[in-house]
Design a protein around this ligand. Sequence first.
Ligand code: ZN
Length: 147
Amino acid sequence: MSELRELYQELIIDHGRKPRNFGKLETANRIKEGFNPLCGDKVTVYLQEKDGVINDVKFEGVGCAISMASASLMTQALKGKTLKEAETLFNNFHKLVIGEPSHIDLGKLQVMEGVSEFPMRVKCASLSWHTLMAAIHNDPNKVSTEA
Ligand code: ZN
């Protein structure tokens, strides 16, 4: 295993054990729940958005290390971003986890690239992002990776 991959793995384990921005966001004006029945991952994404800018974001949930680490990294990447930028991040993050080249610099999110080798894990990694998109689009449907 290369040094870079070891570093990535450490970051994922660290975020999985100690997720950042974890908890309920009392000031949230967009809240959405998502579920990945294949693995049992559940997340609730809280957004505090004003004039198209994400001022604050938190999440709650239970699940495997990949799903929790991905949600944790996502919240860190989103603060201060516009909804449109969030959507661009999602599109490129999705490319990353399915093994396609990303068109933008994904920063820390890059650590999830190893997931592309494990198709079952792609849903764990993208659950929080699908939930985020549903929150942004005010999608009334339930978010499930098996929908
Ligand atoms: Zn999972």
